[in-house]
Design a protein around this ligand. Structure first.
Ligand SMILES: Cc1cc2nc3c(=O)[nH]c(=O)nc-3n(C[C@H](O)[C@H](O)[C@H](O)COP(=O)(O)O)c2cc1C
Length: 194
């Protein structure tokens, strides 16, 4: 698969097998993430790679509790509102029980924190596709980066005090065929000045 194919056939995978991909495969994906460009070549995107099932389960419970205690109103961002409502219903697992969760973090207050992390996340999603693995951006820990219990748990896992969670990614073998059907893009407008 060449780079264009890997980009154009990448789709989000949310149903994954519990089986853990090999360390070699996970490392190849991490290498792609670390190879991403960064503003001023800062290289401050921190990847926290979690494959420990107990830790993943504990995090899911903490996130569910955090959301279930929040209140959505008319101004709440739609995805966040969905998460809050799902958590209140119970059984909410933000990482879909994927075997690998890579959390991205960056220096708090750094202007390119999100941009640098997004470059790393996209590189990793494309690499996962090339390696026949499913992936999906997972944003819940970013929304909860300042939530006391989420922060405490993430700091125990290596998040630095001066870092903000910028995003996350799940990786795993798809439960079924890997969806590579490109999603029609009606948005993302292009303006040409010729
Ligand atoms: C910034 C960002 C945040 C996202 N957050 C989530 C998320 O928390 N959970 C989820 O299931 N998908 C999440 N997604 C995946 C999008 O829903 C998905 O990319 C979009 O629906 C397009 O589908 P595709 O990835 O299959 O092309 C996120 C994607 C981006 C870029």
């Amino acid at each position: 698969m060449n780079a264009m194919e890997a980009i154009l056939t990448r789709r989000s995978t949310r149903k994954m097998k519990p089986e853990l991909p090999s360390r070699k495969l996970i490392e190849a994906i991490i290498e792609a993430g670390r190879a991403a460009p960064s503003g001023h070549n800062n290289q401050t995107t921190h990847l926290i790679v979690i494959t420990d099932r107990e830790v993943l389960s504990r995090l899911a419970v903490t996130v569910q509790k955090a959301f279930s205690e929040m209140t959505a109103d008319d101004g709440t961002y739609a995805s966040l509102k969905n998460a809050i409502n799902a958590a209140k219903r119970g059984g909410y697992v933000f990482h879909y029980n994927a075997p690998v969760l890579i959390v991205t973090a960056n220096r708090t207050g750094y202007g390119n924190a999100m941009a640098d992390s997004a470059c790393a996340l996209e590189n990793m999603m494309i690499a996962a596709n090339e390696l026949d693995l499913g992936s999906c951006w997972i944003n819940q820990l970013h929304w909860l980066t300042d939530h006391p219990s989420v922060r405490a748990e993430m700091e125990a896992l290596g998040l630095e005090k001066n870092e903000t969670i910028t995003g996350g990614l799940i990786i795993g073998y798809p439960d079924g065929e890997l969806n590579r059907t490109p999603l029609p893009r009606a948005g993302n407008p292009v303006t040409w000045i010729e």
